[in-house]
Design a protein around this ligand. Structure first.
Ligand code: SF4
Length: 721
């Protein structure tokens, strides 16, 4: 068959690189970077450039779920079942549980891997048809603190900068991010910019001296969780040095006086003590920040995955507002998204506290607007359960049915003991997945086969607000269906069984194509900060576009707030008068190590795709806990020795390795390995898997994002029988 080329988007990270998929029409045979895509201009990282191998490898094809399966009872081997029977059963069970216990007895846990169209249908299904806000996503684990931080300060969840700003910056300040591994193509762009402009400075604030930190002109190895103190310390010094833009503050903001009073206490000596850094390094960072005419801050999970996540984000935005470093080329606070479509999920309101087009579930006017758009009586006022809360409620028996799409909470959520109890206790669990072998799939009463990259059709939005098409190169294998189709087919069945439906009797889910869904989503954005009423699939066929792009505009906007007006009632940004608070679980004599978790360069999430390709283990072959040489010596360890790592929630046994990246009394474990490689037990003896056996479910009170970046652990050489 003739070779075919299909332009699409990489499914791994929020950089959102364009790819050209080569296929013979039946099988994917190759992939290369799309030279015309503005996110990557033809470049791909190791993960992106091996996508075709992960699609075609026999072991991966064997791992695909090819038809619906049903378990007669928990522990039974799943048996094939037809789509109609599977979806009828799902609709019967959901309708029965909703009828007996109310709409909040069910929940949906979805994923930043879903396309925007998939997300839209699931959100409407939960909030519009069933009448529950119990829909949340693994994006809660990734960027909900960034959402809350932007809204608290700038008035809307809209990253103001773009990738091109890397080329205009004089200072790039990276906080709590390791783009060299987590956003590699963006990092290549930073390297290029530094080569082109030797004056461009790079400052990295991160407890670990990562590959990104090692390249910096200045690395600030702050103690985990102390970012608010660091940012306030910088602001204190900027005030002291007269590097504040009082004109910008006067014209475009509110609340600076209160913040100024707060940061008075964050003296260099006090900040150096809290953060565990040199006072001189702090002063140097402040001088560079103050002298720079264009500062771009890039940040990710180190800020977000924290009980102070919202405060950390807001404190960093404060720095940009105080110096007027926003809305200009090369300047702005720019949060990076981890997943390929975390942004799209935010846009359609696919989280428990959000509604379509950046509306808030807690706002009665917003609920009424969305109810009108959907043609339903109302959107429920009862707050929905966020990720951790949803599984805690299921473990208590309050949520009785869970629909899990395209994610693996039995590995990725913190405090795995509670998550596994929740899945065991749930009366009905549906898992919609491309891969059969995830830890979560083993709890499914119904397993529904979904399509994946190379087969899917729709759109995603990357970190810089750029919407790109995802196009199918090959047909779905077996009986696999697109995620939006599964949601629509289920929703139509449920409509027939529930009293909550449109008053005119029409279906809420009339979609036959992803474009029809996207058009409805597009209309919901009219007049909102992310207005895309001027965008269409036809326009996206020609090139990806950034939002906003309202009706009449010919292209999207690269930067926001260039006129100094913000989407707040009075058009002014607001300084957030936040305070530093320590991590939820400080180190102590019993648990003397600070554990952080994170990504490796060549693996993705729970490795359902990347873990099946041998060459991606060339970088790091096996899980290990990384420790400072001093701690290795103190514990009598040599590289490869097995150690017992225990937190208050569980324990794991894994090899230890000396690392120059971690500081004394700190430990680092990659997040990727799950039950096949990394098992242990909870304090009460239940089996637990992966690093999240150790992590804490403590969440930021504003964003409800869990503190995956810090847990107190103890480490000892494992006693082997
Ligand atoms: Fe894919 Fe991210 Fe790599 Fe780009 S940087 S190829 S989006 S994983």
């Amino acid at each position: 068959m003739t070779a075919r080329e299909t332009r699409s988007t990489c499914p791994y990270c929020g950089v959102g690189c364009g790819v050209v998929i080569e296929s013979d029409g039946a099988r994917i045979t190759g992939v290369r970077g799309d030279p015309e895509h503005p996110a990557n201009f033809g470049r791909l990282c190791t993960k992106g450039s091996t996508l075709h191998l992960t699609a075609a490898a026999p072991v991966i094809r064997q791992a695909r779920l090819l038809g619906p399966q049903r378990r007669a009872h928990r522990g039974a081997t799943p048996q094939p079942v037809g789509w109609d029977a599977a979806l009828d059963e799902a609709a019967d069970r959901f309708a029965d549980l909703i009828g007996r216990h109310g709409p909040d007895a069910v929940g949906f846990y979805v994923s930043g891997q879903l396309l925007t169209e998939d997300y839209y249908v699931f959100n409407k299904l939960a909030k519009g048809l069933i009448g529950t806000n119990n829909i949340d996503t693994n994006s809660r684990l990734c960027m909900s603190s960034a959402v809350a931080g932007y809204k608290q300060t700038l008035g809307a969840d809209a990253p103001p900068a773009c990738y091109d700003d890397v080329n205009h910056a004089e200072l790039i300040f990276i906080a709590g991010a390791n783009p060299a591994h987590a956003h590699p193509v963006l990092f290549r762009r930073i390297e290029d910019a530094r080569r082109a402009n030797p004056q461009l400075r790079l400052v990295v604030a991160d407890p670990r001296r990562t590959e990104t930190g090692a390249m910096a002109d200045l690395h600030l190895p702050l103690l985990p969780g102390t970012d608010v103190a660091l940012f306030h310390g910088l602001l204190h010094l900027l005030l002291w040095d007269g590097r504040i833009d009082h004109g910008y503050i006067e014209r475009h903001t509110h609340g600076f006086e209160a913040l100024k009073a707060t940061v008075r206490d964050y003296t260099p000596r006090e900040v150096a003590r809290i953060c565990g850094i040199d006072e001189a390094a702090l002063v140097q960072a402040a001088q560079w920040f103050g002298a720079s005419r264009a500062t771009l801050s890039l940040y990710c999970q180190g800020l977000n995955q924290s009980t102070s996540g919202t405060a950390k984000n807001a404190a960093l935005v404060n720095l940009h507002l105080a110096t007027g470093q926003i809305g200009r080329p090369g300047a702005g606070p720019f949060s990076l998204t981890g997943q390929p479509n975390a942004m799209g999920g935010r846009e359609v309101g696919g989280l428990a506290n959000l509604l379509s087009a950046h509306r808030d579930q807690a706002n009665p006017e917003h609920r009424a607007e969305v109810a009108r758009l959907w043609g339903v009586p109302d959107v429920p006022a009862t707050p929905g359960r966020t990720a951790v809360e949803m599984f805690e409620a299921a473990a208590r028996g309050e949520i009785k049915a869970l629909w899990i799409a395209c994610t693996n909470p039995a590995q990725s959520l913190p405090d795995q003991r509670t998550v596994h109890r929740a899945l065991e206790r749930c009366e009905f669990v549906v898992v919609q997945e491309a891969f059969a072998g995830t830890a979560t799939a083993s709890y499914a009463d119904l397993l529904l086969p979904a399509t994946t990259w190379g087969e899917k059709d729709g759109t995603v939005t990357n970190s810089e607000r750029r919407i790109s098409r995802v196009r199918p190169a090959v047909p779905p294998p077996g009986q696999a269906r697109h995620d939006w189709q599964v949601a629509v087919d289920f929703a139509r069945r449920l409509e027939a069984r529930l009293p909550r439906r449109r008053t005119d009797g029409a279906t809420l889910f009339p979609y036959e194509t992803p474009e029809a869904i996207w058009n409805e989503h597009r209309e919901s954005t009219r007049g909102r900060d992310l207005d895309i009423t001027g965008m269409s699939y036809a326009m996206l066929e020609r090139a990806p576009q950034q939002w906003p792009l309202p009706e009449g505009a010919s292209h999207g906007r690269a930067r926001l707030y260039e006129d100094g007006r913000f989407p707040t009632p009075d058009g002014r940004a607001r300084f957030a008068d936040v305070k530093y608070a320590p991590v939820a679980e400080p180190r102590d004599a019993r648990y003397p190590f600070s554990l952080t978790t994170g990504r490796l360069r060549d693996q993705w999430h729970g490795m359902s795709r990347t873990g099946m390709l041998g060459r991606l283990f060339g970088h790091v072959a096996e899980p290990a806990v990384e420790l400072h040489a001093r701690d290795m010596a103190r514990l009598g360890l040599r590289d490869g020795d097995l150690v017992h790592v225990a937190s208050r929630r569980g324990a794991l046994v894994l090899p230890a390795r000396t690392s120059g990246e971690v500081a004394p009394a700190q430990a680092w474990i990659p997040m990727h390995w799950g039950e096949e490689f990394l098992s242990g037990c909870s304090e009460s003896g239940e089996p637990v898997y992966g690093v999240n056996a150790l992590t804490t479910p403590a969440c930021c009170p504003h964003s409800r994002q869990p503190e995956l970046k810090h847990a107190a652990v103890r480490i000892a050489k494992a006693e082997l029988p």
